[in-house]
Design a binder for this molecule. Sequence first.
Ligand code: AMP
Length: 456
Amino acid sequence: MSRVMKSSSQKMSKKGRPSTTVATGVKRRPKQKKPQLLRGMKDVLSPEQPYWEYVLESSRQTSRAYGYDRIDTPIVEELQLFTRSIGGTTDIVEKEMYAFETKGGDLVALRPEMTAGICRAYVEHGMMNLPQPVKLWTDGSCFRYDRPQAGRYREFHQVDWEIIGSAHPALDAEMIAVGTHLLTDLGLGVIALVNSIGCGECRPPYLAVLKDYYRTHRKRLCEDCQVRFSKNPLRLLDCKNEQCRALGNEAPQSVDHLCDACREHFTKVLEYLDESQVKYRLQPRLVRGLDYYTRTVFEFILERDQEEMNPSALLSGGRYDRLIAILGGLESTPAVGMAMGVERVILAVKEFGVEVSPEPKPDVFFAQIGETARKASFKIFEELRQAGIAAAANIAKNGLSDQLSLANKANARITLILGQKEMIDHTIILRDMETGSQETIAQDKLVEILKKRLHH
Ligand code: AMP
């Protein structure tokens, strides 16, 4: 007996799905909710692809130009990698992680950012034995279970750069310069906001001063900040609530409480930035949502958003001198990194009206008439592909007029027409779609003639 009892009115349809017979005699499948895109996720359809290509290709070129090597790490990692690195009391870890237990009982999470995975790989593959620093870059999707809104998604894409194995302040500046050049090349007017949040030496005494200040105003803090006050006081400065922001503006600044080494480091970073063509501004209340940062932190916003209350960051990063050690690497492996939000950059590129090159059109459209021509077309497609000629077609169609209208829609410059007569003569018709003129050529000359016409 089957495990699931079916009611007498429910039979299996041909495809094995249950169907219901209703009083009218018409068979209907029980209504099921259609599968839908998850909230905060998106499909990138064809018209959107040229923007992705534009941003990702520029990122690739910039990474190559500055000597970064590509690395790819898995989207799923051990949960503890993120709790240990990003910090157990951050919003990302506390509220936004896509964490789950696998069938084998492992606690894992979808990566909410790239740095932790890259640092794990650095330690695990002994990259400390390579000449230091190691410069790595990657791109891919990240996941945060946040409230979706414009420019904030639950699956989003980052391009990420890391320089691991040097504490030199020139590298902080180089990173900010790379961000500036890339965003400027993409056609965006941006400015880098820069701050230093100190190190393990000077941050605790600064946090004590910060808490003293906020203690006297505790009643005016929002609900989230009441928790931040005891758990993660640096993040008090980052609250978007209007009243908390007003308090933040008067709060003690980390730059005034840096130890000598951190002050010297930051001064050097600014000196290097002054030498470069980077547009930057000191932003004494800039902190980051991830605990692993030390010393320099920065983020890029659109220059025109400078006066806005909550400008959206296109690219953010900073120094993280303790992270590699936390993940089991050598005690002193300082590093600096940054990540760019691809969706946010694309939104800005569109808003700025930057023209991106459209997806390349097919070189030719191939129309075939009749079964013999259809069979012969497979061989011709392969010859075209090997010659680097992109051919569009719809070999399921028979009629010539249908195929010519497809050729028009595909915007191909040339349409090839292969019919019964051409099959017998070993010829093919070449139709110029702009002028409408046609000529018949020998099939074995096709590639050669097309190459000339298309200037391949
Ligand atoms: P973070 O890893 O938080 O430093 O973020 C680096 C960059 O990723 C930010 O500057 C944003 O451009 C982008 N980003 C972060 N979170 C999201 C999100 N939920 N949706 C879209 N982009 C994001």
